[in-house]
Design a protein around this ligand. Structure first.
Ligand code: 6GU
Length: 233
């Protein structure tokens, strides 16, 4: 997968892509991340990327020209037959879910535009962007952190990202239930013992216990997930 990120703050991306499994994925070629500064696509004297809003009001609005030019430059580097989603990170977008992540993981190329919270010229939305994503109902100052979250959910679904594909199957939000409690050695830490059943070696009973724990946990912590009918698949 090849991911392009358009941002005014490329430095923000230095951490998350250089650690742990993600670094492994970039090293092994499972994913390539190409971060581009929107400012590099400006031609005016001061390399301005924003301007005051028509009609007045507080804050600044991101100008359309550098964003269009950046996307068009990237598209010219991609084989023309490829379907390339152009995704704007914005609190006005559809809210990210595991289904959205699975859907995006099917594309080979993707372009993310990190908007600043104050705003982006509407013509970017209307004539350039193909999808708008939010990561939840709260406000971030810009789309950068949101892009990292979206990209993380997508890339970890790619074949070759996780050590064992089984861990994708049992995890929260994939089978619609929260994960069951996990323990490791020692069997007794301070006064607290690991549930006996997990030490029993009886795999059928362990599987049943875990399923029950998942259901209890989901009912108490996320009853909304059960109401949504996610339990049914
Ligand atoms: Cl994608 N951007 C901003 N600025 N705030 C957000 C968001 C995105 N998703 C949730 N809050």
């Amino acid at each position: 997968m090849q991911i392009f990120i358009l941002t005014l703050f490329p430095e923000m991306f230095e951490g998350p892509f250089k650690c742990g499994l993600f670094q492994k994925a970039t090293d092994s070629g499972v994913v390539k991340v190409d971060i581009r500064n929107i400012r590099d696509y400006t031609h005016n004297k001061h390399h301005t990327t924003d301007d005051s809003p028509y009609g007045g009001g507080a804050g600044m609005v991101m100008k359309p020209e550098p964003i269009f030019e950046a996307v068009e430059t990237i598209k010219a580097e991609i084989p023309p037959k490829e379907k390339v989603p152009v995704i704007l990170l914005t609190p006005q977008g559809r809210v990210l879910s595991q289904e959205t992540a699975a859907e995006l993981s099917q594309f080979y190329y993707m372009i993310f535009i990190c908007g600043q919270y104050e705003g982006i010229d509407e013509r970017v939305r209307e004539y350039l962007v193909t999808d708008e994503i939010s990561i939840g109902d709260y406000v971030l100052s810009g789309g950068e952190l949101a892009a990292m979250v979206v990209i993380n959910t997508v890339v970890r679904l790619l074949p070759g990202f996780l050590g064992s594909p089984a861990s994708l199957l049992s995890e929260s939000h994939t089978d619609g239930l929260l994960e069951y409690p996990q323990y490791t050695r020692p069997p007794k830490f301070r006064d607290w013992e690991v549930p006996e059943i997990l030490l029993s070696g009886n795999h059928a009973q362990i599987a049943q216990w875990r399923q029950e724990q998942s259901i209890i946990r989901t009912k108490t912590r996320r009853p909304d997930m059960i109401k949504k009918g996610k339990l049914l698949h």
